[in-house]
Design a protein around this ligand. Structure first.
Ligand code: ARG
Length: 258
């Protein structure tokens, strides 16, 4: 008799824990218990693209775009903040399934990672104090320039100033690079246009101006996947294709992405 009670209790416990597991993974959607949730790594210091809101949630245009891609592709995603450089090893080590971080698709990166089709278009931009004499990119030749380390902006500035130039300041995040310019350690900051424009807009008390330069090439953002994970690239590309066709991507990006 005692044993029977124990079995019933055990059964109830089992049923209850299965119920809990189901709740935990469904996330309010139509997902089955145990459905894969893709872990998406990011550097959430990059407003308006990916950043933390007041409650510590990872939000931004990139996040909305990936949410739309995931919905169109029929997969579930969750986000993890890694910082910029650690993000690349996280993709390599399979700590994350893929990365979204305004990552420009470059030939160098394509040697080590796979990318989806482009979902966003950007370019470099120069941010300087309003009274700066700088008028073009060439004017930065003998100036101190702040960039976020290992970004396309860093590469562009290295080309002008020289790879080993002591005039390049390259902290780990874009806000830190902008800060170097604000406090006067650097004459200019160079980085992705939307991020610098957003900073300027949100800090009207800091007198700044932005400078575009014809030498800055169009940059295409892609989602970055571990090299060889063709299956995931295909799933994500399918989602990207769908939101391009439906007009959803244009709505979220604010312009048409071909
Ligand atoms: N688009 C530039 C690059 O790919 C900068 C991206 C930086 N993104 C970030 N979340 N910090 O190098």
């Amino acid at each position: 008799m005692k044993r029977g009670v124990r079995y019933i209790a055990l059964g109830m416990l089992l049923a209850f824990s299965m119920f809990l597991t189901a709740c935990g993974t469904s996330g309010g959607g139509s997902a089955d218990a145990g459905e894969k949730v893709y872990v998406v790594g990011t550097d959430a210091t990059y407003a308006p693209m990916e950043y933390m809101d007041d409650k510590g949630n990872i939000v931004g245009i990139d996040i909305e775009i990936v949410n739309a891609i995931a919905e169109a592709a029929g997969i579930k995603v969750e986000y993890k903040n890694y910082g910029w450089e650690p993000l690349f090893s996280a993709v390599k080590n399979e700590e994350v399934d893929f990365a979204v971080s305004s990552i420009t698709i470059t030939d160098d990166r394509k040697k080590e990672y796979d990318f989806t089709d482009p979902y966003f278009i950007a370019n470099q931009l120069i941010l300087v104090p309003e009274d700066s004499p700088v008028e073009s990119f060439k004017d930065l030749k003998d100036k101190k320039v702040a960039v976020q380390i290992s970004t396309t902006g860093h590469k562009v500035v290295e080309k002008l100033l020289g790879k080993t130039s002591a005039n390049i300041l390259a902290p780990e995040s874009m806000p830190l690079a902008i800060q170097e310019m604000i406090i006067g350690n650097a004459d200019a900051a160079v980085g992705d246009n939307f991020v610098l424009l957003d900073y300027q807009k949100n800090n009207p008390n800091v007198k700044l101006k932005t400078i575009n330069d014809d030498s800055f090439e169009k940059e295409y953002y892609g989602l970055m996947v571990k090299k060889g994970n063709e299956e995931l690239v295909e799933i994500l590309n399918e989602g990207i294709k769908k939101i391009k066709e439906s007009g959803k991507l244009e709505e979220l990006a604010g312009f048409k992405v071909e």
